[in-house]
Each structure stands twice: as C-alpha cells, then as structure tokens.
Design a protein around this ligand. Structure first.
Ligand code: FAD
Ligand code: A2P
Length: 308
C-alpha cells in the first residue's frame, strides 16, 4: 500500500463571527423537470477574498442564512460540499461551486417544512450575495500522491458533489489507475451530472460510472438497488479492485448508507477498509446491530467518509 499523503489544508479562514460576503454567479437546476426533488448547481465568485486559492475539493464551505430561528437567535451555518475542482469551477480560481438539494418535508399536521438554508440558496439569483465561512474539513480529500491509487467513490444524492471535482482533477492528472463512481438516487430524474459522468465513462477506459436507481430497478431477488449492492452485482470489476492494495474508498451522502456499506464490506471479507473493534469482532457482520455499527465499526485509514 503506498503511503497516503493527505495535503495540508487551510481551515476556517472565515468564521460565523467574521464571514465574507460573496455573490452568486450561477444557479441552475440539476434534476430533471419531472423530478419531485430539486437539486441545484450553485456557483459563487470568491474573487478578492482570502478563500481564493485556499479551498480544496473535498472540503466544505459554510453558508449563514439570514433571519432568526423560533428562539430569536441567528440561524446557524450550514455546510455544503465543494463540487468544483481545487483549481476552481471551469478552471477559474475565483469560482467555487456546490450542489444544493432543497429540503422539503410534510409534517404530521400536513404543513410543509422548507429547510432554511437549502431553500434560501436555491432561491437566489446571480448577483445576490451570501455570507460564507470556511473552508472546513481536513480528511475527506484526495491524497497529494493521488495517481498512486485506485478509487471507489460511493455517493447518494448530493453526496456526489465532491466527486465531481475530484474526478475532474484525477482524470486531468492522467491517472492510469481505476476510478469507480457508484451513485444512488431514487429515480432516473434525480441522476446528478449524469451527462458529464456518462461522457467520461465513454472517453476514459479507467473511469466506471455505476448509477443505482433505487425506486425503479430491482435486483433479481427483488431487493432494492442500493449503492452497496454493487459489491455483489458488479463483483467482476470490483472484486479485483477492492482486493488490490492501492485502492481507496470514499463514502459521501446519506448517513444511513455508511452502516449499509460497512456491513456489505464485512460480508464480502473486505475488512481492510474497516477498523472493527470488540465486541463487533466476535460477531458475524449479519449479527451486528446499530450499536455495533455506531460504536465498534469505524473506517480504516484507506476509507474516507462524509455523511450528513
Ligand atoms: P433545516 O432547516 O436545517 O432542516 C433540516 C431538517 O431539520 C429538516 O429536514 C427537518 O427534518 C428538521 N427541522 C428543522 N427545523 C424544523 C422545524 N421547525 N419543524 C420541523 N422540522 C424541522 N447538503 C446539500 O444539499 N449539498 C451538499 O453538498 C451538502 N454537503 C454537506 C456537507 C457536510 C459536511 C454536512 C455536515 C452537511 C452537508 N449538507 C449538504 C447538508 C446541509 O448542511 C444542510 O443540512 C441541508 O441543506 C439542510 O439544511 P436546511 O437549512 O435547508 O434545513
Ligand atoms: P430510497 O429512497 O429508495 O430508499 P436522495 O438523497 O436523492 O433522496 O437519494 C438517496 C438515495 O439513497 C436513494 O436512492 C435512497 O433510496 C438511497 N438510500 C436510502 N437509504 C439507504 C441506505 N441505507 N443505504 C444506501 N442507500 C440508501
């Protein structure tokens, strides 16, 4: 296994007490017209701020939504993953992008709850300004020696955001190792950046795009196609890759998928991606309960996790 050299990163150049105001330059819908979900690609212009040149892909930026909560306190910041490569959106160091999903929920009393920050961001127009903090995140990064490794990237929903920039960066660095992107979403209309990843899949023999549409396709046994089911369904490609000693694994998106992936890795005997402690070591992965998964099964040094 080559040494994993993570880059030094800048953290919290701007804090909630001292945020920076930056304009939005682009806000476009990513989900298809008929989707019940609304995900938008939002780009900010950070020129003239200390963020320029200091935000790495894999990190997040913070947004402070205006207004106060029901207790009369300022809303807290929300984090959003950087979706642009480290050199900036379209190669411009002053542009940083993210991928925002509107949080919309029906409450027990039938009222709709609209998430504060995601809907604030999604409503903004180019020219509108936001209060930004960050960057944050020091581990969910590509190594400096990135071309030494193969990558298996697991994403659900907006968890795909960091991989957009990471994959751009890896392919531009002429990596010869393999990159697999396993993406999960409910419907075909929720595939994010699909045309982009499909074209990369066509162009690069070492890039493999594997969408998993949970509410349309079913597996032969009738179970849902969740991202972790690829460990069985795509075993021909993934077995040799995951058993190779220079493969790194990344997990980003829904909190719930983390334990699903850990259980699947353990069932496949891929414990090198996990740090399994007692009492979980004394049980079969199928016998692990939520407590085992929460406390005693952790990512190993070659597994990178960002779930929310
Ligand atoms: P909130 O208003 O915070 O509501 C969130 C949930 O709280 C609601 O769904 C609801 O269940 C509950 N809730 C809160 N208040 C009430 C109330 N009064 N009544 C009923 N229910 C309530 N998101 C993205 O879209 N893209 C990203 O790239 C992204 N990256 C992230 C990276 C990190 C490291 C982390 C930690 C999070 C990331 N997120 C991302 C999630 C993001 O930070 C926000 O949590 C998300 O956008 C929801 O925020 P919100 O203000 O819209 O919703
Ligand atoms: P489903 O909702 O059919 O159960 P989005 O963020 O766009 O809603 O997408 C999240 C995707 O992750 C959906 O396809 C969802 O499937 C799927 N999902 C939900 N729970 C898990 C889990 N525990 N492991 C893996 N994928 C999951």
């Amino acid at each position: 296994m080559p040494e994993i050299k993570l880059p030094e990163v800048e953290l919290n150049i701007y804090t909630p007490r001292d945020p920076v105001e930056v304009p939005i330059v682009e806000n476009r819908i990513c989900t298809k017209e008929s989707s019940p979900n609304y995900v938008r690609h939002v780009t900010f212009d950070i020129s003239g701020t200390d963020l320029e040149g200091h935000v790495r892909v894999g990190q997040s930026i913070g947004i402070l939504p205006p207004g106060k909560n029901e207790k009369g306190r300022d809303y807290k910041l929300r984090l959003y993953s950087v979706a642009s490569p480290t050199k900036g959106e379209r190669g411009k160091s002053n542009l940083v992008s993210t991928t925002v999903k509107r949080t919309i929920e029906e409450l027990d009393n039938n009222d709709l709850y609209l998430g504060v920050c995601s809907n604030y961001l999604a409503d903004l127009q180019p020219g509108d300004k936001v209060k930004m903090t960050g960057p944050s995140g020091r581990r969910f990064l590509l190594p400096e020696n990135s071309t030494d490794f193969n990558y298996v990237f697991f994403a659900t929903g907006t968890g795909i955001a960091p991989y957009r920039g990471m994959i751009m960066e890896l392919l531009e660095s002429d990596i010869e190792n393999d990159i697999v992107l396993v993406f999960g979403c409910p419907y075909r209309t929720d595939l994010l950046y699909a045309e982009y990843f499909e074209s990369l899949h066509e162009e690069h023999s070492n890039f493999h795009y594997m969408p998993h549409i949970s509410r349309e396709a079913r597996r032969p046994d009738g179970s849902k196609k969740y991202v972790q089911t690829c460990l069985w369904d795509e075993a021909e490609l993934l077995d040799p890759l995951l058993n190779s000693d220079n493969t790194l694994l990344y997990i980003c998106g829904l909190k719930g998928m983390e334990s699903g992936i850990y259980r699947a890795l353990a069932k496949k005997g891929l414990s090198q991606y996990l740090d399994i402690r007692e009492p979980a070591t004394d049980k079969k992965p199928s016998e692990w309960d939520e407590n085992h998964l929460k406390r005693y099964v952790k990512p190993s040094a070659r597994t990178f996790v960002e779930v929310y």
